[in-house]
Design a protein around this ligand. Structure first.
Ligand code: GLN
Length: 283
């Protein structure tokens, strides 16, 4: 198509271009990004498919398609991603919340829904998706969230504010700022990619912070730190729930047992891969 004019024509041209750049969700991305530029839901684009774009709209669309062609993730371009049906602000300072991580939140909610006032710690909160969702779904809980990155904490704070929940945010490298404090539940989606695999991640993931992804030489460095001091930061009978990589369903439970925790269950994600480990600490 030589000269696109309408919404549908621009989507087709942009999708073709993104496909050539290697985006495997080119059509969807072209639609999401035009929706973002025009402030319209995807469905509304179809309703108005014949409407011509104005020059400023075309310029804005070109700019975001250019970013996407450089394989910047759609969530970072639009600045937002939905997690458990709530919009979360995201930036290049935080890992974009993933659907698999919703399973981790659901496992915590299941365990604590009947508790009167559970105390919950989220380690490496990033966008705050886990901590804020828990504060929303367990309004009786006292939620603390830590991250080593002040930039991430700023994003997480703003997400807590948008959801009108109270979360205690602290700048802390794992337990560093928490000496003497114990919780009924510790939850974390730590970085778990082995360093040697970082360079092979798809280009979109390479736009995400390596701090949130790089789990050291064997991918287990942060699990070791979380496990080693879990007993010092859990109440007796407290739970530790972790997201894990698809191939860590043996190694992480092993680490947890070595640290004196009892592993109750490993749950799989939508793809049938090991994703969540549930453990408890009984003195
Ligand atoms: N699930 C992420 C991925 O896309 C990794 C997240 C993490 O390291 N915690 O690879």
């Amino acid at each position: 198509m030589e000269n696109p004019r309408t919404i549908m024509e621009y989507i087709q041209v942009a999708a073709g271009y993104l496909r050539k750049q290697g985006c495997d969700t080119a059509r969807l991305d072209a639609e999401l990004l035009l929706g973002h530029v025009l402030q319209l839901e995807r469905m509304q684009l179809y309703v108005q498919f014949d409407k011509p774009l104005t020059i400023p709209e075309v310029d804005a669309y070109r700019a975001v398609i250019g970013q996407r062609a450089r394989r910047i993730p759609v969530a970072q371009i639009v600045g937002e991603r939905e997690f458990l049906s709530r919009p979360f602000k995201v930036s290049s300072a935080v890992l974009t919340p993933r659907p698999e991580t919703e399973l981790l939140v659901e496992a915590v909610v299941e365990r604590f829904v009947d508790h009167e006032r559970p105390t919950i710690l989220d380690i490496g909160t990033g966008s705050g998706a886990i901590a804020v969702s828990l504060a929303c779904q367990l309004p009786q809980a006292a939620v603390t969230a830590v991250d080593v990155s002040p930039e991430a904490l700023a994003v997480a704070r703003s997400n807590a504010e948008s959801c009108s929940v109270d979360v205690e945010f602290l700048e802390s490298d794992v337990y560093e700022a928490l000496s003497g404090r114990r919780f009924q539940c510790i939850v974390s989606n730590p970085p778990y990619i082995p360093s040697s695999e970082m360079a092979n991640l798809q280009p979109e993931v390479q736009h995400e912070p390596s701090l949130a992804l790089d789990g050291g030489p064997d991918g287990l460095a942060v699990y070791r730190r979380i496990a080693a001091q879990a007993a010092a930061h859990l109440e007796p009978g407290g739970s530790l729930l972790l997201e894990i990589g698809w191939d860590q369903g043996t190694s992480v439970p092993q680490l947890l047992r070595a640290a004196g925790l009892t592993v109750l269950e490993t749950r799989t994600d939508y793809a049938g891969l090991d994703r969540v480990v549930i453990s408890v600490w009984n003195e």
